[in-house]
Design a protein around this ligand. Structure first.
Ligand SMILES: Cc1cc2nc3c(=O)[nH]c(=O)nc-3n(C[C@H](O)[C@H](O)[C@H](O)COP(=O)(O)OP(=O)(O)OC[C@H]3O[C@@H](n4cnc5c(N)ncnc54)[C@H](O)[C@@H]3O)c2cc1C
Ligand SMILES: *[C@@H]1O[C@H](CO)[C@@H](O)[C@H](O)[C@H]1NC(C)=O
Ligand SMILES: *[C@@H]1O[C@H](CO)[C@@H](O)[C@H](O)[C@H]1NC(C)=O
Ligand SMILES: *[C@@H]1O[C@H](CO)[C@@H](O)[C@H](O)[C@H]1NC(C)=O
Ligand SMILES: *[C@@H]1O[C@H](CO)[C@@H](O)[C@H](O)[C@H]1NC(C)=O
Ligand SMILES: CC(=O)N[C@H]1CO[C@H](CO)[C@@H](O)[C@@H]1O
Length: 530
C-alpha cells in the first residue's frame, strides 16, 4: 500500500516534470515561427537560429561560455540560440519570446562568472550578440559607437589603429563583451584617472520589453542611469554604446615588483594600503598576493606582486615613487615604457613583443573557477595581514587582486550612476580560485569551500552593513534570503550589497520599463517594492 502510494507520487511528479517540457516544445515552435514576421527580411533570421538538432548548436553554445562549471552534461541547455546578425533579430527575439512564455538569456562576451548569460532553470533561449560587433571610432570627436558583441581587445585595437594618444577605461581581460562588461561598471588600470567604463558612456541603444529600439533621449534619463552599473539584463537588450575616448600620453610605464613575506611583503602591503588610493591619479598599482613554494624547502609562503601602470615616462614615475612610496623600492630596471595599447597586452600577462593583432583573438577556452569580491574602507592592521597570509597558505590555491580606489573614483557621486562604490573605499578585492579540467566539476565544492574560508577570514576587514560586492564579479552566494517572502525582500539581500541605496531607485526604473518582469534572472532587479 505504502509502496504503491509512493510509486504513484513518483509517477505524478515525473508527469509534472514532463508536462512543461512538452509544452515548451510547442512554444519553441511558435517562437521560431514568430521570428521572421518581426525581422528584416533582407537578413533571414533562420540563418541566425541554432536549434538543438543543428550540428553547430553545441559549438556555438560553448564558443562564448567562459565557465566550465556550467558546461556539464547536466547543465540545462537553451531550446535555441539566436545569434542576431541584425538589430531586428534582437527585437524579434524579445517580442516572440515574451508572447510565447519563453525566458531569454542575453549574452555578449559570455564571461559571467556564474554562467547567468547562458544557463537558466526554466525553458529559455539564448539571445547572442557575438555577430553584432562593429566599432566606429571618431578620432576628431574623440567618441566611438561600439556594439554589444565587440570585445575589449577589439576596442583597444581599433582605438590604437586610429590614434596612439586615445584610450578607453575598461577591463584587463581582452575578451569581455561590451554588453555585459560596460553595463556592470567596467574597470581597469585607467580607473583612478578616468573612472569606470560607465563614467565615459554618453549614449546607448537598447531594445526594450516591447521590442522597441530606444536611445538615450527616448529611453529617458532614469533608464540610461540604470544601465550604467545596474546591469543591462534586468532592463532590456543593449545593442550599442556611444563612448567618450580619453586622452593618454604616447608613452606609458608598466612595472611588476614582487616581494615574499621573507622580503618584507607585509610592511610594503600595509604601506600600500595607506598610499595607493592617494597617489597621483596617473598611477595605478594593483596588489596580487598568492601562495608559492618557499625557497628554503617544501614550506609554502606568500608572494605579493605590485603591478603598476603610470600614464607617463619612467623619468617622471621614479621620483614620484621615491617621494610617496619608497618602501616598494622601484628601480629603473623594473620599468617598461610602451604605448597604451601595448600596456593592455602587458596587463593581460602577455610577453613583451606580442603582436597587437592578439587583441583581436576571440574567447580563450573555458575553465573551472570561482570568484568573490569585497570592498575595504580601513587599512587592515599588520596583525590582520599576517592572519590573512596564514589562511592563504592553508587554502593554498586561492589568490587575490587588490585594486586601489581614489582619484577619479572619489570625485564621482555614488548616485551619479547605478554603480555605488565610490568615495570612501581604499580598494576592492577579487578572490579567485582555479582548478584543472582533470579535477573537473567534482572538485567544484571543495574549491568553493576554500575560497569561502578566505572570504570568511576577511569579514572583520571588509565593508559591512552591507558587505558590498561588485556586480561584474558575479557571485550567486551573496544571494537572496530563502526565508523572505516577496521577491523584493529576497532581492534586497543581494541588491543592497551590489547597489547600496541605488537599489530602490533601480527597482523604480524596473517597474516603469518592465513591470511584468520579463527580463528576469537569478540576480535581476525586481519589478516591485513589495
Ligand atoms: C577572465 C576574466 C577577466 C575579467 N576581468 C575584468 C576586469 O578587468 N574588469 C571588470 O570590470 N570585469 C572583469 N571581468 C568581469 C566581467 O566584467 C563580467 O563578467 C562581465 O559581465 C562580462 O561581460 P560579458 O558580456 O563578457 O558577459 P556575459 O556573460 O555575456 O554577460 C554578463 C551579464 O550581462 C548581461 N548581458 C550581456 N550582454 C548584454 C546585452 N547586450 N544587453 C543586456 N545585458 C547583457 C548578461 O545577461 C549577464 O547578466 C572579468 C571576467 C573574466 C571571466
Ligand atoms: C545550423 O544553423 C545555421 C544558422 O542558422 C544554418 O546556417 C545551418 O544551415 C544549420 N545547419 C543545419 C545542419 O541545420
Ligand atoms: C590599421 O588597420 C589596418 C587594417 O586592419 C591595418 O592594415 C593597418 O596596418 C592598421 N594601422 C595601424 C596604425 O595599426
Ligand atoms: C616548515 O613548517 C613547519 C611547521 O610549521 C616548521 O616546523 C618548519 O620549521 C618549517 N620549515 C622551514 C624550512 O621553514
Ligand atoms: C622588449 O624587448 C625588446 C627586445 O628584446 C627590448 O629592446 C625592449 O626594451 C623590450 N620592451 C619592454 C617594454 O620591455
Ligand atoms: C523572514 C526573513 O528571513 N527576513 C529577512 C529578509 O531579508 C532581510 C534582509 O534584506 C533580513 O534582514 C530579514 O531578516
Amino acid at each position: 500500500m505504502k509502496a504503491s502510494m509512493s510509486l504513484r507520487l513518483l509517477v505524478c511528479s515525473l508527469l509534472l516534470v514532463l508536462v512543461p517540457l512538452a509544452t515548451s516544445d510547442t512554444s519553441l515552435d511558435r517562437f521560431l515561427k514568430c521570428l521572421p514576421s518581426h525581422s528584416d527580411s533582407s537578413y533571414p533570421v533562420s540563418r541566425a537560429t541554432y536549434r538543438i538538432t543543428n550540428s553547430s548548436f553545441e559549438p556555438t553554445l560553448r564558443a562564448y561560455a567562459k565557465a566550465s562549471r556550467f558546461l556539464t552534461s547536466t547543465t540545462p541547455k537553451p531550446l535555441a540560440i539566436i545569434a542576431a546578425t541584425h538589430e531586428s533579430h534582437v527585437q524579434a527575439t524579445v517580442i516572440c519570446a515574451k508572447s510565447n512564455g519563453l525566458q531569454i538569456r542575453i549574452r555578449s562576451g559570455g564571461h559571467d562568472y556564474e554562467g547567468l548569460s547562458y544557463v537558466s532553470n526554466v525553458p529559455f533561449v539564448i539571445l547572442d550578440t557575438f555577430n553584432l560587433r562593429s566599432i566606429d571610432i571618431d578620432v576628431a570627436g574623440k567618441t566611438a559607437w561600439i556594439q554589444s558583441g565587440a570585445t575589449t581587445g577589439e576596442l583597444y585595437y581599433n582605438i590604437a589603429n586610429k590614434s596612439n594618444v586615445l584610450a578607453f577605461p575598461a577591463g584587463v581581460c581582452l575578451t569581455l563583451g561590451a554588453g555585459g562588461h560596460f553595463s556592470g561598471g567596467g574597470y581597469g588600470p585607467l580607473m583612478r584617472k578616468h573612472g569606470l567604463s560607465i563614467d565615459n558612456i554618453v549614449d546607448a541603444k537598447i531594445v526594450d520589453v516591447n521590442g522597441k529600439i530606444l536611445d538615450r533621449k527616448s529611453m529617458g534619463e532614469d533608464l540610461f542611469w540604470a544601465i550604467r552599473g545596474g546591469g543591462g539584463a534586468s532592463f532590456g537588450v543593449i545593442l550599442s554604446w556611444k563612448i567618450n575616448l580619453v586622452d593618454v600620453p604616447p608613452k606609458v610605464t608598466t612595472f611588476t615588483v614582487s616581494k615574499t613575506l621573507e622580503q618584507g611583503a607585509t610592511d610594503v602591503v600595509y604601506r600600500w594600503q595607506e598610499v595607493a588610493s592617494k597617489l597621483d591619479k596617473e598611477l595605478f598599482i594593483r596588489v596580487m598576493p598568492r601562495v608559492v613554494d618557499g625557497s628554503s624547502g617544501s614550506n609554502k609562503t606568500v608572494t605579493v606582486s605590485f603591478i603598476g601602470l603610470f600614464l607617463g615616462p619612467s623619468c617622471k614615475l621614479l621620483p614620484l615613487m621615491k617621494n610617496s612610496f619608497p618602501e616598494l623600492g622601484l628601480q629603473q630596471k623594473d620599468c617598461n615604457e610602451m604605448s597604451w595599447v601595448e600596456s593592455t597586452l602587458y596587463w593581460f600577462g602577455l610577453p613583451n613583443g606580442t603582436s597587437i593583432e592578439t587583441l583581436l583573438n576571440r574567447p580563450t577556452r573555458a575553465s573551472f573557477f570561482k570568484r568573490k569580491s569585497d570592498y575595504v574602507k580601513r587599512a587592515i592592521p599588520k596583525k590582520g595581514l599576517e592572519k590573512i597570509w596564514q589562511t592563504m597558505i592553508k587554502v593554498e590555491r586561492v589568490w587575490m587582486q587588490w585594486n586601489p580606489y581614489g582619484g577619479r573614483m572619489d570625485e564621482i557621486p555614488a548616485t551619479a550612476t547605478a554603480f555605488p562604490h565610490r568615495a570612501g573605499n581604499l580598494f576592492k578585492i577579487q578572490y579567485s580560485v582555479d582548478w584543472s579540467d582533470q579535477e573537473g566539476i567534482e572538485a567544484a565544492n571543495h574549491h568553493i569551500d576554500l575560497i569561502t574560508q578566505l572570504y570568511d577570514t576577511m569579514t572583520p576587514y571588509a565593508s559591512s552593513n552591507p558587505r558590498e560586492a561588485f556586480l561584474n564579479y558575479r557571485d550567486v552566494d551573496i544571494g537572496s534570503n530563502p526565508g523572505n517572502q516577496t521577491s523584493f525582500e529576497k532581492a534586497k539581500v543581494y541588491g543592497s550589497k551590489l547597489f547600496k541605496n541605488n537599489f530602490i531607485r533601480l527597482v523604480k526604473v524596473k517597474s516603469r520599463v518592465d513591470p511584468d518582469d520579463f527580463f528576469k534572472y537569478e540576480q535581476s532587479i525586481p519589478a516591485s517594492l513589495k
